[in-house]
Design a protein around this ligand. Structure first.
Ligand code: TXA
Ligand code: MG
Length: 343
């Protein structure tokens, strides 16, 4: 664990970052913080190194990785072309939680990164330690979220270690991540930009910058084969089965009561404003409804905390699907395997 409290001086050389960068140059995998979640990085051009990411995570090999860059020259080296709308979006949202899928340049990154697709996903993270690591290594870093496949993404170095200790060279500990859910993945390889995965940058914000933006058919829907290969796998799931309850607290409480009457230990995922309204074995509040960003920030940590409580099942409140709420509900539905209970 390389602990770096804060980068206040961009000119200063941090020995922890230099050491982590050396491991990356030697073809090893290193976890690092971004503004969304912790990533597990490797040299995107080194097939053996990229293979170690898939091995450490237990990730299916048909699920491609995002390449993390610190400057636009790195994008030009990886992408065959940067369409004008992608340029506009890079200027507006980078560094930040927006991943752009672009036509890829032949042989610039390992075939394992792109899982054989003709496109490559690229993003510039808005985190000083991530940018410093990319710069110090001199590499473009292929980096999925630094969790075991299927588990909630890590928002602290402790989450990374809980999943990957012993499987990676190390982790840069920069404290908890800010946004808490992953980047928006936007396909810019066709005519109309299309959201493949909702995330930190909302559809509204994208439309403001480039006009028409579409959502991939089946985005967040388990039944349809999605365009972002990663979206088809069960994800973000706590150990206990989770159901989303779309309705008032009284309905959720009724479900809790029925389950407890059947001998189950029951957890409730709620928010600060509603937490006193439930009687259950474990009630965890995840931010406030007045500011859904706080829910996004704490979502994965809250899902992981249920694992420590040993509950048999979890009922979660639903959230309004607007702004960052789209990403929150997308992740919750995946964690719930699509189980939504309505009135
Ligand atoms: O915020 C984030 O994006 C975090 C941090 C670490 O940067 N990374 C992350 O990576 O969430 P990962 O691997 O967990 O998710 C990458 C998503 C997957 O759904 C994958 O299928 C999609 O991006 N993806 C990657 N390359 C793609 C491509 N060429 N075409 C379509 N989808 C792609
Ligand atoms: Mg992931």
């Amino acid at each position: 664990v390389w602990t770096v409290d804060n980068i206040v001086d961009k000119q200063q050389i941090y020995p922890q970052i230099q050491e982590a960068a050396e491991w990356l140059r030697a073809g090893e995998v290193v976890a690092f913080p971004t503004e969304t979640v912790y990533g597990l990085g490797a040299d995107a051009a080194n097939t053996a190194a990229v293979g170690k990411i898939f091995a450490a995570k237990g990730r299916p090999s048909d699920n491609p990785l995002i390449v993390h860059v610190a400057n636009v020259a790195q994008v030009e080296a990886i992408a065959a072309a940067i369409p004008p709308m992608a340029k506009t979006l890079m200027e507006r949202f980078w560094p930040g939680p927006l991943t752009l899928v672009l036509p890829k340049r032949a042989k610039a990154v390992s075939e394992r990164v792109t899982a054989g697709l003709p496109t490559v996903a690229v993003r510039m993270p808005d985190h000083p330690l991530a940018l410093a690591l990319i710069e110090a290594s001199g590499l473009a870093l292929a980096a999925p979220s630094a969790n075991r496949s299927g588990k909630p993404s890590p928002t602290t170095a402790a989450h990374v270690l809980a999943d990957l200790n012993g499987r990676i060279a190390g982790v840069i500990d920069g404290g908890p991540t800010g946004i808490g859910v992953e980047s928006t993945v936007l396909d810019c390889s066709g005519e109309v930009p299309t959201i493949l995965r909702p995330g930190g940058v909302t559809k509204e914000a994208l439309s403001e910058a480039v006009g028409r933006v579409e959502e991939a058919v089946g985005m967040g829907d388990e039944q349809t084969a999605p365009k972002a290969p990663g979206m088809k796998y069960t994800h973000y799931a706590p150990k206990a089965p989770l159901s989303i309850v779309s309705g008032p607290p009284s309905l959720l409480q009724q479900l809790v009561d029925e389950s407890r009457a059947g001998g189950k230990t029951v957890g409730v995922l709620t928010t600060e404003e509603n937490k006193s309204r439930y009687a259950a074995d474990v009630v965890l509040a995840c931010g406030t409804r007045r500011e859904l960003e706080t829910v996004a920030h704490r979502l994965y940590d809250t899902l992981r905390r249920f694992d420590e409580t040993g509950v048999d099942l979890i009922y979660s409140e639903a959230f309004p699907e607007e702004g960052i709420g789209v990403a929150i509900m997308n992740r919750l539905k995946k964690a719930a395997g699509g189980r939504v209970i309505r009135e």
